[in-house]
Structure formats: C-alpha cells, structure tokens
Design a binder for this molecule. Structure first.
Ligand code: IMP
Ligand code: MG
Length: 337
C-alpha cells in the first residue's frame, strides 16, 4: 500500500497532469483523488494521440480501474464538473465530497470585474477566490445544497481511508504550485489557498501519518502566468529564441518563462517534504533528449542538470519527462527508491 501526493514545486503548470497520468497507469491506484484549489487549474494530459485539458477531473482518469474523487477542500463549478464528466464518460466512477464549496456565476463575475483581482493580481477569472471568500464568511453553498450534484455526493475521507485500510494504492493530486500558495508564495500575487502537500492531504481528508510519498514536480524552465515576482524570468524574445514559449491551458495567456531557480526548488521541496522529484521539460535543456525513454540515452548535459536538481531539492529525481506525450517518460523509482 502506498499513498502518493503530487504537487507543483514552482508557479503551477509544471506538467503535473502528465506525471499524474503516468503514475496512475504504472501504479494502478484504487482511488485517485483531487485536492487543490478548484477549476482555476488546467492540467494537460496527452494520451493515445488525444490531448485533454482538465480543470476539475483528476488527471489520472485515463487509468480506467480507478475510482475518481474530488476532496472537500476543492471548489467545484457544477457547470465545469458536469461538462467534464459527460465529455469523458466518467459518470459511473466519479464522486465528490458533499462538503465541496460551490462556485456560482456571481463568483466568476466578481473575479472578472474586481479590478484588484483581475488586473493587479491577474487571476484566472474562474471565481475561485470569491468562492473561497464566501466559504470563509460561512455564506457559501456546498455541494450537498445543489440537486444536480446529488448523484455524485460521497464522503471522500471515508472512501480513501477505507481503501488505505484494505492496503490499496491511493494517488492524490495537488494543483497550482508552491510559488502561488496563499501562505508560502509571493503574496499578494498568489491563489486563494495554500498549495503545499499538507494542504492537499487535508483537502481530501487524510492525516499526515497516512502519506508515504510526496512527489514535487519541477519544470526545467519554470513558468508563471499572471502578475507577481519571478526572479529568474527571461524576456518573451529570449524564450521564443530558445523555442520554449508557452500559453495557459485555462486562460490562453502567454506564460512568463524563467530559468531554473535552485533556491526556490530547495525551499519548495523543504516545505512540501519532498521524498521524490519529477522533472519535466528535460528536452528543453537539450533538444537531443526529446522523447528519450532511457536514462542511459540522455545526453551528458541533461544528466548534469538532473544532478543539480537533486542537489538543490535534496531529493532523488525519480521521474523524468522528455516530451508532452505520456510515452516520453523515464521512471527510475525502481532504481532510486
Ligand atoms: P486565481 O487562483 O484564479 O485566484 O489566480 C491567482 C493567481 O494564481 C494568478 O496569478 C493565476 O494566474 C495563478 N494561478 C491560479 N491557478 C493556476 C494554475 O493552475 N496554474 C498557474 N497559475 C495559476
Ligand atoms: Mg496548468
């Protein structure tokens, strides 16, 4: 039995979606549960020639043997939820906690019209901040108040803890990234909740003693969307020259791009309690590594970079991504753990 929590180590968009999909297919977890903030997240999974942009459903959904759950700490926009569930045909195996906070149209409107949020902070405009504010004010609706969600309601902590008692594997998905944690990020340019592993455990209702592995996902060239400090940022022109320009999954906004930040990696791995690191975008360090599936076939330049990441994060790099497709993954857990 192993409980995995996967979180983002930089500012989000580290490639968690792909790492989660890989872990789901390799480890056959009985339950895949989503923690994190809400549909402000955009996780991309490319599998069997199809590209999925997910905002609410767990990224591990491609492993068909898993029960999919959304924890009580996660905000749910019923429109987004039902759209994804129907599109991906997940009705029979997805549940959400009866205590999930609900995003209503008024929250989205407020997120987009409020100048502080939309212009100064540069939020995703998905209503998560205002919905969390309503929850703190104890006026927000919960999933149990919404008739259209009734068929999905469950007790997520009970389901997960029972699976753990039976000795099953459980995979828990975080969203966003360390740098936009409400507590540890670049406040006020942050999201509306903590984003670290402990928060994610609480989101789905398991205690810290039940977590075996914390995988912190870093990307070789970090990115950031929205406003706020980004100490290793490079110009869009430089990013274009390097061929590493990116656009957001949810907002379509160009992402700001930066160089590897060892200091941030160390701090983020520390607060998250990283036991492993997943490193994405290694093909950007050296294009010759694109789609390589064998550690031995990585170039010396890439290997040297990986060693530096291990020194910075003080945790082994166990999963390496060399391209967007799920197949372009090197899994070293058997050797390194
Ligand atoms: P909010 O979470 O929509 O309130 O946005 C607050 C800040 O967090 C903005 O800078 C967003 O761009 C950023 N943010 C929120 N969710 C994500 C994410 O999933 N990936 C990257 N940035 C995000
Ligand atoms: Mg994203």
């Amino acid at each position: 039995m192993t409980t995995y929590i996967v979180v983002g180590g930089f500012f989000g968009d580290e490639g968690k979606g792909k790492i989660l999909a890989h872990l789901a297919l390799s480890d056959s977890p009985e339950i895949i549960a989503r923690g994190g903030v809400g549909p402000n997240a955009g996780h991309t999974v490319e599998y069997r020639g199809k590209r999925y942009g997910l905002r609410t459903v767990p990224s591990g959904f491609i492993y068909e043997g898993a029960r999919l759950l959304i924890g009580a700490g996660v905000l749910v926009d019923p429109v987004v939820f039902r759209h994804e569930v129907e599109e991906l045909n997940l009705k029979d195996r997805i549940g959400l906690d009866k205590r999930c906070g609900i995003i209503e149209p008024k929250h989205i409107e407020m997120d987009r019209k409020n100048k502080h949020l939309s212009d100064e902070i540069g939020t995703t405009g998905t209503g998560t901040g205002p919905a969390n504010a309503d929850r703190v004010m104890r006026v927000g609706k919960l999933a149990r108040d919404i008739p259209e969600l009734e068929e999905y309601l469950t007790d997520v902590p009970l389901e997960i803890n029972s699976a753990l008692e039976r000795g099953e594997n459980v995979l828990i998905e975080g969203t966003q990234g360390f740098g936009i944690s409400l507590y540890y990020g670049t406040y006020p340019y942050v999201t509306s909740k903590d984003t670290t592993a402990s928060q994610v455990a609480s989101d789905v209702g398991i205690g810290p003693t039940k977590v075996d592995e914390v995988v912190v996902v870093f990307k070789s060239y970090p990115t950031r969307v929205g406003e706020g400090p980004f100490s290793t940022e490079i110009s869009q022109e430089e990013a274009e020259k390097l061929g590493i320009q990116e656009f957001g999954t949810v907002t379509g906004r160009p992402r700001r791009v930066g160089l590897w930040d060892g200091e941030m990696a160390r701090y983020s791995a520390m607060v998250n309690g990283a036991t492993q690191v997943a490193l994405t975008g290694v093909d950007r360090i050296d294009p010759e590594c694109r789609d390589v599936r064998d550690y031995g076939k990585l170039t010396p330049k890439a290997k040297k970079f990986i060693e530096k990441v291990e020194e910075d994060a003080k945790a082994p790099v166990t999963i390496i991504s060399t391209g967007p497709s799920l197949e372009s993954t090197i899994d070293l857990r058997d050797e390194k753990l």
